[in-house]
Each structure stands twice: as C-alpha cells, then as structure tokens.
Design a protein around this ligand. Structure first.
Ligand SMILES: [Mg+2]
Length: 298
C-alpha cells in the first residue's frame, strides 16, 4: 500500500501561515501537519522522528517545510535538519519564511526568461548584482540609498531609482531617507506611484499634504508631479531627473506620479465620518497600451 504524502511544517511563530497550508494542499500533499513555537534546538529530534518512522521508500513521501518570518532563523533550522538526516533516510526540506525564498526564486526565473527571450543569453557566465528588497511599506527607500552610496563609491554615473506608493511617504523611514539622501548628496531618484490610496486607505485619511512632491519641499530636492497616465510626460520628466542625477553635483529628486487616482496628485475626496470615499475610475486600460493606440490621457 502506498503511504500518503506528508508535509511537516515547522515554525518558530505561534502559527503557520494559512497561505502556506493552502498552497501545500493545492500542491497535492495528502496531509499538512503544523508544529508551532519550534526552536532551532528542537529541529533535530523532529526531523529524526519524521525519517525513522517510515521505510526507505516511504520516507521519500515525507517533506519538511520551514516557515516563520526570519530568513536567518529558517536557514539555521535548515542546517539542523540536514545534519539530522541519516542516509538513506532523508527527506526534502524547503525553507520559505514569509514567502521570501519562493519570491526570490520567481524573480530569478523571470530574469532567466527575459534574458533568453530578449537577449538570447543565459544566466550562466553573467555578473549579477542582487539588491535586497522588502515588502514592508516604505522599506525599499533606504535600501536604494545604500545602492546610491555604493554607486557613489564605485564612481561613474550610476543612479539608484526606487519606486514606492503614496502610503510609504507617511512612514517615518521615508523622512529619514530623504534627509540622509540630501545630506550625503546621493545619486538617487525617488519615484512615487501615487494612486491616492495606501492599500485601502484614501490619502485624505492619512495626510493633509495634497501633493507627494511637496512633502520633500524643505529639503530643496528637485521635485515634480506628473500625470502617471501620460506615458510621454513620465518619460520626459524621468529623463530630466536622470540627466540631472547623472550630471552629478548632488542633484537628485522626487518624481511623483498620479496613476489611477486624482490627476497630478491633486485634491482627493474627503472621507465623510464613518462613510466611504468613492473615487472615479479613470483608467480602463494600461497607459502604455493607450499610448501605443495613439490616445492622449484625458
Ligand atoms: Mg498607493
């Protein structure tokens, strides 16, 4: 009789992610078993209970998924799990804290495909620079400063460009980053894709500043608000910023675009107490497609 496919999921947290549980069942596992509050020191015992309870053939239908939200901790757990194997009693182990490893793998696959399709090349033999990123709102802004500082130290005309939403602008780390970028005169361009909402929160509920580009006014940065639905306007504005940043002299700036929301980052509807904001749906299709069809934004 063929034994079931089992996925043991361990996490240092209070629960495993329902997202991961659903994915595991959808991937075809017959059973998914969570273990919570697992410490690194517990991993060896758990793994050996997983491998020694099944025959050499059946143990192949057993797998370990390492969850949590801490990549370093997940890798420490992976090391302990590998050490606990006694060949041929071995199981597949896969760490993916907060989806970080699968996201990174998907990114590599996309790059590989783009290289193959557009450049007829492979990753093999390429020099690859990997910049860390984070899903935390506003978290990528200071990371761009690191890239900009590296560019400065390496010389040349490299410029760091970071994209973020209008919600990120209200985070403390945004103010800290703008201050440091200005102080150190870093070659960085901050691009806000302003759709008038931070997740589901309208702009009027989290700031009184109408234009994102005005937030950086005291720092004396170059700044501009353009209609994000106008492909040519965005291209021309960005070209100005890029040329300025490449020319050196510490000029860098903030380009704030309005994509789906009120044009030009202009006034947004105020939310009535306890009520809802109804924003007009302005865009029915991708601005790049509209541009290709010869339409100008309304
Ligand atoms: Mg937004």
């Amino acid at each position: 009789m063929e034994r079931p496919h089992l996925l043991h999921m361990i996490t240092p947290d209070a629960n495993v992610s329902p997202f991961d549980v659903n994915m595991a069942y959808d991937a075809g596992f017959d059973a998914v078993i969570p273990y919570t509050h697992v410490a690194v020191k517990d991993v060896r015992g758990l793994v050996q209970d997983m491998i020694f309870s099944r025959s050499v053939n059946d143990v192949k239908r057993t797998a370990l998924f390492i969850c949590g939200r801490d990549a370093s901790l997940a890798l420490d757990m992976l090391d302990k799990a590998r050490d606990a194997m006694v060949p041929p009693f071995e199981i597949s182990c896969f760490p993916d804290p907060a989806g970080s490893f699968t996201t990174a793998a998907a990114m590599v696959a996309c790059v590989e495909k783009a290289l193959r399709d557009k450049k007829k090349r492979e990753l093999k033999g390429c020099t690859v620079a990997v910049f860390g990123a984070t899903g935390v709102v506003g978290g990528n802004v200071p990371l761009a400063l690191g890239s900009a500082l590296a560019a400065r130290l390496l010389g040349g005309d490299r410029v760091a460009v970071v994209f973020f939403g209008d919600g990120a602008v209200q985070s403390g780390i945004f103010a800290e980053s703008v201050n440091l970028a200005t102080l150190w005169r870093l070659p960085v361009i901050l691009v806000c894709e302003n759709n008038g909402f931070a997740e589901f929160t309208p702009r009027s509920a989290h700031t009184t500043v109408e234009r994102v580009s005005d937030v950086v006014a005291p720092y004396g940065l170059d700044r501009e608000t353009v209609d994000g639905n106008d492909v040519l306007a965005v291209r021309e504005a960005f070209a100005r910023f890029l040329a300025s940043a490449r020319a050196g002299g510490g000029r860098r700036g903030v380009l704030a675009g309005s994509v789906d929301g009120p044009r030009g980052g202009g006034p947004v509807p105020r939310r009535p107490p306890g009520g809802r904001v109804q924003l007009p749906l302005r865009r029915s299709r991708d601005p790049a497609d509209s541009h290709a069809a010869g339409e100008r934004p309304a």
